[in-house]
Design a protein around this ligand. Structure first.
Ligand code: ZN
Length: 257
């Protein structure tokens, strides 16, 4: 009898799970992406022409955060990023030849020029800014249609330190200067391939001046009068709870989920 593997089967940003939000078991295919964790776990894309199997459903991966523990979410996050990377590196970016998968590591190799393409993560800083002992800066993203207030975040640029990225993003998006920047925690975020690096900082100087295309509103809120904030399971939620209620953002057991 063929041994079955647990499968992460994605369609766009959705994952195939059963009615209890658990992964299906499937027969392994040659095209599956395997994890080198020793477990029988594979990842694959659900092709557009394929029907959703009976008893299974496609659920947005963000929603699964509510039902899964950190480890499950991180493995799914890894699966989705590796599939995306493989899909986007079918050809050598150096000479244009068709690439091949490395047999044992996550690398796409060019048979012609031997250029190796590895999966990359995009570092992204996210900052929780406080003023005095009881105020937190929260901002509404201009692209978000909900009335939700989050934190200042943005990609690290080439040649920049993380602290410089925190200062630059804060100044660009809300016109404020910050001080006492301290690292808090990190979270892999597969939309599409980010590593969220969390900092806290204190307001130093300046008046709120919003970057209209990014931020539609930003205010300092009293800790006991917060607006709607990002959902539990996101690092932003944990960071806001950390400064307003003193809860942990993360520790060695990753208890922030
Ligand atoms: Zn090449």
């Amino acid at each position: 009898m063929t041994e079955l593997s647990l499968a992460y089967i994605f369609h766009q940003q959705q994952l195939l799970v059963d009615e209890n939000f658990q992964l299906p078991k499937v027969e392994k295919l040659a095209s599956d992406l395997s994890f080198n964790t020793g477990d029988q776990v594979v990842a694959r894309d659900l092709q557009n022409s394929e029907a959703i199997p009976d008893g299974l459903q496609l659920v947005p991966i963000r929603q699964l955060l509510q039902y899964w523990n950190t480890q499950q979410f991180e493995q799914a996050s890894r699966a989705i990023q590796l599939l995306e990377w493989r899909r986007n590196h079918k050809f050598c970016s150096h000479c244009g030849e068709k690439t091949e998968s490395h047999p044992t590591e996550f690398a796409m190799i060019c048979p012609a020029c031997h250029y190796h393409q590895y999966p990359r993560v995009q570092p992204c800083v996210i900052t929780v800014i406080t003023r005095g002992n009881d105020e937190i800066l929260l901002a509404k993203n201009a692209k978000n249609t909900r009335n939700m207030y989050g934190l200042i975040a943005g990609f690290v640029e080439v040649g920049e330190t993380l602290e410089e990225a925190v200062r630059r993003e804060t100044e660009e998006e809300v016109g404020l200067k910050v001080k006492n920047i301290q690292y808090l925690a990190s979270q892999p975020w597969p939309f599409p391939s980010n590593l969220m690096i969390a900092f806290k900082a204190e307001y130093a100087d300046g008046d709120l001046k919003l970057q209209a295309e990014e931020i539609s509103d930003a205010q300092f809120f009293k800790f006991d009068a917060l607006p709607e904030i990002p959902f539990k399971g996101s690092i932003a939620h944990a960071m806001i709870m950390h400064v307003t209620e003193g809860s942990k953002v993360a520790d060695d057991t990753k208890s922030w989920l």
